[in-house]
Design a protein around this ligand. Structure first.
Ligand code: PAF
Length: 280
């Protein structure tokens, strides 16, 4: 596995690969790799292509420096892990990547007025800028994003549509631990006991989505039942077609396998947890 840190160097490398008619699969990450990332890499293995992984902890998408500083960093371990994954190249840019960012002032309402977009001002603008910058450098044919960060997935679809990029996005299902807690780099900041408590979120989500007759009482349902150590930020059910509409996206048939999606965000000991689940 090559490790490239310079933008010009990775561009030349990609240029060579494209000249040799290779297809490029790209998995952007912020490191501290876990089985969720490995499932994205595994999915990319089903496409005959050169796999490029990037690790860059993007300061623009954090709402405060405390959260940015606390974000787990495990670069040596990540490199060892990637070496076993048949990756062609790890792109490890430095802060210079922030010098020449695309300009974007506004996003559709969904990314600023609901769910994480509402509670994390400028988060999605920060993700948009870095991902578009990375896409412009790597020129991937295929990209891989997890359903756990569902609004981010919608953002990447929006970015591809808006910039008319010839990129196919692969949506990968959420990977969970044995208790059902959605895997996230932030889980490293939790104790075993906190992880167990955090897994009650998924159990409640499952319970709720099985009782379709109570859809309108979502928030009070969670407020009554959720562990007292978890502080709910939002908890909402949104119809798939409304979700696409408010995020400025054209909906296609394969997007509507499920009529609704339940979204949850909360904090346990200051650590942010998000999850979502589709249902009919
Ligand atoms: O999902 C992430 O890890 C990040 O938001 C991403 C897509 C790598 C952009 O920094």
């Amino acid at each position: 596995m090559k490790i490239i840190t310079k933008i010009e160097e990775i561009k030349n490398h990609i240029h060579r690969l494209k000249n040799e008619n290779h297809i490029i699969s790209f998995i952007p990450t912020m490191g501290n790799l876990h089985n969720g990332h490995l499932s994205l890499i595994k999915k990319s293995q089903s496409i005959v292509s050169k796999k490029i992984v990037s690790i860059f902890i993007n300061p623009l998408q954090f709402n405060n420096t405390k959260d940015f500083d606390a974000y787990p960093r495990k670069i040596d371990k990540d490199i060892e892990c990637l070496k076993t994954q048949n990756i062609d190249c790890l792109f490890l840019p430095d802060e210079n990547i922030l010098d020449d960012l695309p300009i974007i002032d506004t996003l559709p309402d969904g990314f600023t007025k609901i769910l994480c977009g509402k509670y994390r001002p400028n988060h999605f603008i920060g993700v948009y800028k870095i991902v578009l910058r990375l896409f412009n450098i790597i020129s991937p044919d295929y990209v891989f994003f997890g359903e756990k960060d569902y609004q981010q997935l919608l953002l990447i679809k929006f970015l591809i549509q808006k910039n008319k990029l010839n990129i196919k996005i692969n949506e990968c299902e959420t990977i969970r631990d044995l208790n059902g807690l959605a895997l996230s780099s932030r889980n490293n900041l939790l104790t075993q006991n906190q992880k167990k408590i955090a897994s009650s979120i998924y159990k409640l989500m499952q319970e709720y989505t099985m009782k379709s007759n109570i859809k309108h009482q979502i928030l009070s349902y969670f407020e009554d039942k959720i562990d007292k150590l978890i502080e709910t930020e939002y908890c909402e059910v949104i119809e798939t077609k409304d979700l696409y509409d408010i995020h400025g996206l054209d909906i296609i048939d394969s997007d509507i396998n499920f009529k609704y999606r339940l979204f949850y965000a909360g904090y346990i000991s200051g650590v942010r947890l998000i999850d979502n689940l589709s249902f009919n």
